[in-house]
Structure formats: structure tokens, C-alpha cells
Design a protein around this ligand. Structure first.
Ligand code: PMP
Ligand code: GLN
Length: 383
């Protein structure tokens, strides 16, 4: 492995999912749901395969999906993107992030990101030869908020991009409109491009709403907005994502994407288009169900003796095992599958700094209620 990729040889998700299999553990580590997406979407994928839709689709994605992505954003946020030049279909949000970072970062330039950050950010910045600048979330009682002084201090003449993830993995934080306005102000002042990872844009709880950074004044022309079907339609294995933004920025990401995968897989694209066109009620019901699952798992964790942080969105809730006598989250997660048959992920793998992340553990609640109930029973054995 080359030096710049040495810190990134095995992802924590692979490591913990393997441990979960070995110990027949309830896997609350890797974030994926255990039920399927809308039936119309599943049927459309099967129909596309049977109809012979099995060769290379266009590099930028099939027209129907690009149109559905553009229509959806116009309807929900008043954001207007030309489906032919301002939308690019990618192999999940993962490739969208990699394409944006590799396409827009000169070696040695800095990429600002919120800490803790989704693990692929650090790896793709390293591939691009960039340097990461992290801005921590800080505690606000039971949840987290952005450290705005640190944010302002992170921007400078070397800044190439800011990567903004809201709703946020792993903490489940939704950045406030004021936080987003401050990010917008800094991007404009320093002439910086924002890359927004909005894969959890539909999974907000307690009446919260998602506002894309691209809707803030002056931001549409400098934002690459990324989302994905994975978390919206319970199809993480399909790997269908997309980027929307001004043509010039999308072209930069496309130049990189072309030589990473050339195209995404064909038959899943029209199926995701069907879901975007027809399944808005399914999406709303799914978010409501996830809110209940968050409540179930949070209560189970409290019951088991953890201190639990507020989760406002996503698939995840973070908890502190120190009241149970465990101070190191990574050690705790390596022990947990064998000890009680539950897998989780340590938040330290998403962070450069030890404090306050080293003790924290992330649990995924996008699971059937009976699975959460079984995890709750097992977690009680910790006490
Ligand atoms: N960004 C975040 C914050 C994620 O949690 C994930 C994992 N779902 C991704 C990007 C990758 O998304 P995809 O599976 O569409 O590649
Ligand atoms: N996004 C999911 C998570 O954070 C899974 C991603 C992965 O397996 N790379 O758990």
C-alpha cells in the first residue's frame, strides 16, 4: 500500500460486520436497513433486466433518472438543475464524493470537513493529495452543534473545498440554518466550493426539516449537492447516487468519475427513477418508522446503562459506555460481539482528535423492531 493510503487499509464497517458474522451478533454497526424499499421500485428493476436493459447506460446516467432527480429538487426545494448538464448519476454517494474531491482538489490544497466525518472523506482527500482540515462538533447538552469559531479559522487561502454532511453521520445532528448560513458566508468570502453530502436528507425526526446549502443566497453556483437512493429507498446494495450543481463543477466531478467506474449499473437507474417519481409517501412513512426505531434503541441503551446522545436524524445514535465502566470505544466495540452478541462502531474511527470521540460508540437503528428488541435484551447483559 502506498504511504498516503496506509491509514485506510480496512474500513471499520468491514471489520465490525465480519466480527458480527463470526459471533452471530445483531449487527448495529454498519448502517444498512434490513427491510426492502418500495415494491414498485423493486419490480421496475426486475422488469428492466427482463426487458434487456443490461448493457452500459450513458456515462452521465439514464435520462429518466436524471430528469427525476432534477424534478424532485425543483418540487421540494425550488432548486433548478438542467438534467442534461447539471445532474450526474454516480455509483452511490461514495463515488460522487470521490469524484467531487478528486475533480476539484489540487495536491496540497485543503479540504475542510466536520469532525467526526464519514470515513471515505479522509481516504478520498488522501487519494487526491489534499490535506484535511477538521472542524469539530461540540456538545450542547445531550446533542452536538458546529463550533463556528473553529469553522471560520479553518478557511484560508489554501482551502479548495468544504465537505458538509447534514444530517450528520455518525452523530445524527442536523446543522441549523444559522450554521449553514455561516458556512455559506465563508464559502463566498473565500471563494470556496461546497460539496454537500445529503444522503440522509429524508430521514429527519421530531418535525425537523432539511434545507440544502445550495438554497442559500449565492450558494447554488458554488455547491455540488450529493445524495443517493441507498438511504432514501432502502437499497444500499444498488449503489445509485447523484450529484447536482452548476455545469462546470459537475463536469469536473464527471472527468474523475469517468475513469473510476466509467458508468453505474444500468437496470437500477430506471427503478430509482420510478421511486423518485411515485414513492414520496413511502419516504415519509419510512422516516416516521425510523423515528420510532430511534426511540426504541435509545431507550434500550439508556436501560442498559449508557449515556445516550440526542439523534435528530439518520440511522444512528451515539452512546457513551463510560457509566458501564468502559472508557475506550474501539476496545469496547471489539469486545462487544463476543461478549453479548451485538456489533457497533467506535466513533474514534471518524475522528482525528481523541476528545470527546474516543469513548463514544455508534449504534444503527434502521432494523426491524424484533431485531432491536433482541439487541435490547442482549445489551442488558452488560450491566
Ligand atoms: N455519506 C454518508 C454520510 C454515508 O453515511 C454514506 C453511507 N451510506 C455514504 C455517504 C455513502 O453512500 P452510498 O451508499 O450511496 O455510496
Ligand atoms: N454508510 C454506512 C455507515 O456509515 C455504511 C457504509 C459502508 O459500509 N461503507 O455505516
Amino acid at each position: 500500500t502506498v504511504t498516503r493510503l496506509q491509514p485506510f487499509t480496512t474500513t471499520i464497517f468491514a471489520e465490525m460486520s465480519a466480527l458480527a458474522v463470526t459471533h452471530d451478533a445483531v449487527n448495529l454497526g454498519q448502517g444498512f436497513p434490513d427491510t426492502d424499499g418500495p415494491a414498485s421500485m423493486l419490480a421496475a428493476a426486475c422488469a428492466a433486466i427482463t426487458a434487456g436493459d443490461n448493457q452500459y447506460p450513458p456515462g452521465i446516467g439514464v435520462p429518466r433518472l436524471r430528469r427525476a432527480v432534477a424534478d424532485d429538487q425543483r418540487a421540494r426545494h425550488g432548486l433548478d438543475y438542467d438534467p442534461d448538464t447539471e445532474v450526474l448519476i454516480t455509483v452511490g454517494a461514495t463515488e460522487a464524493i470521490a469524484g467531487a474531491v478528486v475533480g476539484l482538489t489540487e495536491p496540497g490544497r485543503e479540504v475542510v470537513m466536520i469532525e467526526p466525518y464519514y470515513d471515505s472523506y479522509a481516504a478520498t482527500v488522501a487519494m487526491a493529495g489534499g490535506v484535511r482540515r477538521t472542524v469539530p462538533l461540540v456538545g450542547d447538552g445531550d446533542g452536538f452543534r458546529l463550533d463556528r469559531d473553529a469553522l471560520a479559522a479553518a478557511f484560508g487561502p489554501q482551502t479548495a473545498l468544504v465537505l458538509v454532511n447534514t444530517p450528520h453521520n455518525p452523530t445524527g445532528t442536523v446543522l441549523s440554518d444559522d450554521d449553514l448560513a455561516e458556512i455559506a458566508r465563508l464559502c463566498i468570502e473565500h471563494d470556496v466550493v461546497a460539496v454537500t453530502d445529503e444522503v440522509y436528507e429524508h430521514l429527519l425526526f421530531d418535525g425537523r426539516t432539511h434545507r440544502p446549502l445550495a438554497t442559500f443566497p449565492g450558494m447554488r453556483e458554488r455547491t455540488l449537492r450529493i445524495s443517493s437512493a441507498a438511504k432514501t429507498f432502502n437499497c444500499t446494495g444498488w449503489k445509485v447516487g447523484w450529484i447536482s450543481g452548476p455545469a462546470e463543477l459537475v463536469a469536473a466531478a464527471r472527468a474523475a468519475k469517468q475513469f473510476m467506474t466509467y458508468v453505474g449499473s444500468g437496470p437500477f437507474q430506471p427503478a430509482v427513477a420510478v421511486a423518485l417519481e411515485q414513492e414520496q409517501d413511502w419516504v415519509l412513512a419510512n422516516a416516521a418508522a425510523l423515528q420510532d426505531k430511534r426511540d426504541l434503541l435509545s431507550a434500550a441503551l439508556i436501560d442498559a446503562g449508557f449515556e445516550v446522545h440526542r439523534s435528530e436524524a439518520t440511522y444512528f445514535v451515539c452512546a457513551d459506555p463510560r457509566p458501564l465502566g468502559y472508557t475506550d470505544g474501539a476496545e469496547f466495540c471489539r469486545m462487544l460481539p463476543a461478549r453479548i452478541g451485538v456489533a457497533a462502531v467506535p466513533v474514534s474511527v471518524f475522528a482525528d482528535h481523541t476528545e470527546p470521540w474516543d469513548h463514544m460508540v455508534r449504534f444503527a437503528f434502521a432494523k426491524r423492531d424484533d431485531v432491536i428488541a433482541e439487541a435490547a435484551r442482549r445489551l442488558r447483559r452488560l450491566a
